[in-house]
Design a protein around this ligand. Structure first.
Ligand code: COA
Length: 423
């Protein structure tokens, strides 16, 4: 195989699932909403809630550290770390810089974040693929991490679609999990105010209806473009993964491509949706919106749920980032599930997590806001001790503090003196 046709894609994938969740029926009750609106109308069942000691750095670390361990990856082979995130913790310093330190990666490793709302991880993946394709980088690996906390104001229409989590992907010329097909790109960009988060706000602002319309417009454009470029139609795909801000959006997207394929009045049958989309979309119902990771957690879900039955499947993937930039592309699942079986961590993470009551969900939000202010370190460390392998311990002298080992609450203060400070 020569340079131009080298197989490239995702060698390994791992997911971090936050340890807590809120049941959407509990949220509906407090908000005075019919729970069927959240469960059926939006397709959301539960949403992942990060603890106040978590942030995009710690969640990215959890996903990436598990990947390095479960797939036995040699850190020295990683020459690029790209983090896709839209909930970055600093206006200048990338999440990638913190992760590089916490993961003990090589000094010969390029690090940066990408930003374009939920498209950011696809931008990072594209960059990583291009980097891997260079002859000078043959045999080296790139680490792409998507990590985000999706947060909207309490009581707002976006609140039931919140979520959190991280996905880590190892990109290389050994695409055991997913090999991208080499058709010309199908991308769409348009300046649109559908979702944004000003620097002074911890919560996203969204015009939900505009974003749904913009998403479908971008899907229609890229679907047509990719069909023209590749000659592939709906029946050529075994499964379709659509960016999932809430699960019902996947239904809307699927209906739109069915109509593009078969005519405006077409309504896809349940069996058709079940075959094309259901093996993946359940992850969104359980976790909520992962923003940058939302498309890639669907990939992880499909691999875990289908195992060997996913082998060799052709996938169509649609990535959408508000603002907006979008892309449709296709890829083949690797031939053998032995490469990912037992290593992804999605279902195991879901089994481990605990249900929060509504008041604790509010308390977590308030604590997270407090911990993200300068001088919060002493407040954060005083309550620390929840057993996470890596914790965000507030801010001291304008620097974020991360501890990389677990201690009981009584020992927290003593241990904090030795907590690793990542500058
Ligand atoms: N039982 C069943 N379904 C119900 C219901 C009930 N009692 N009440 C309402 N619904 C349905 C509605 O008919 C609607 O379905 P449809 O979209 O198929 O028409 C769905 O639930 C949502 O109701 P709607 O009134 O449109 O919700 P909303 O205006 O409160 O909020 C969003 C919906 C998507 C705008 C909002 O969640 C949001 O802003 N999300 C964040 C942005 C986002 O995710 N954008 C996506 C593109 S990236």
């Amino acid at each position: 195989m020569n340079e131009a046709t080298a197989a490239l894609g995702i060698e390994a994938i791992s997911v971090y699932v936050p340890r807590h969740y809120l049941d959407l029926r509990d949220l509906a009750e407090v908000n005075g909403v019919d729970p069927r609106k959240y469960n059926d109308g939006l397709g959301c069942l539960r949403m992942a809630i990060p603890s106040p000691y978590e942030d995009p750095v710690t969640m990215g670390w959890e996903a990436a550290a598990a990947l390095l361990e479960n797939y036995r990856v040699d850190r020295e082979g990683i020459g690029l770390l790209a983090v896709g995130t839209e909930s970055g913790v600093d206006a200048a310093k990338p999440v990638a810089a913190y992760l590089h330190g916490l993961l003990d990666l090589s000094r010969s490793c390029r690090t940066f974040d990408t930003k374009h709302a939920c498209y950011s991880a696809t931008a990072a993946l594209r960059h990583a693929l291009g980097w891997c394709s260079l002859p000078a980088n043959r045999g080296r690996q790139a680490l792409v991490v998507a990590t985000d906390i999706a947060r909207y104001p309490v009581g707002s229409p976006g609140e039931p679609t919140q979520g959190a989590g991280a996905v880590a992907m190892l990109v290389s010329d050994r695409p055991h999990c997913l090999q991208l097909e080499p058709y010309p790109e199908a991308v769409y960009a348009e300046q649109v105010m559908d979702f944004w988060r000003p620097n002074y706000s911890a919560e996203a602002m969204v015009d939900g209806r505009v974003s749904v319309d913009s998403y479908l417009r971008a899907l229609e454009y890229t679907w047509r473009q990719y069909a023209g470029n590749s000659g592939l139609g709906l029946d050529d795909y075994d499964h379709l993964l659509f960016h999932a801000p809430f699960a019902k959006m996947v239904h809307k997207a699927y209906r739109r491509v069915c109509q593009l394929q078969a005519g405006a009045g077409t309504e896809p049958g349940a069996a058709q949706f079940e075959r094309h989309c259901l093996p993946a979309v359940w992850a969104c119902q359980e976790l909520g919106n992962l923003y940058s990771g939302s498309l890639y957690v669907l990939l992880a879900a499909l691999l875990e749920r289908l195992q060997e039955r996913a082998s060799g499947a052709r996938l169509g993937l649609f990535s959408y980032g508000s603002g907006c930039c979008a892309e449709f592309f296709s890829a083949r699942v690797g031939p053998r599930a032995v490469h990912w079986r037992g290593k992804i961590g999605l279902e195991a993470g879901l089994l481990r997590r605990q249900r929060l009551d509504y008041q604790t969900y509010l308390d977590f939000r308030a604590a997270a806001t407090a911990f993200n202010r300068d001088g919060s370190y002493w407040q954060a460390v005083a309550g620390w001790g929840n057993g996470q392998p890596v914790s965000f311990l507030g801010i001291r002298s304008h620097q974020r503090v991360y501890a990389t080992a677990t201690r009981q609450p009584a020992q927290a203060l003593e241990y904090s003196a030795r907590a690793r400070v990542v500058k």
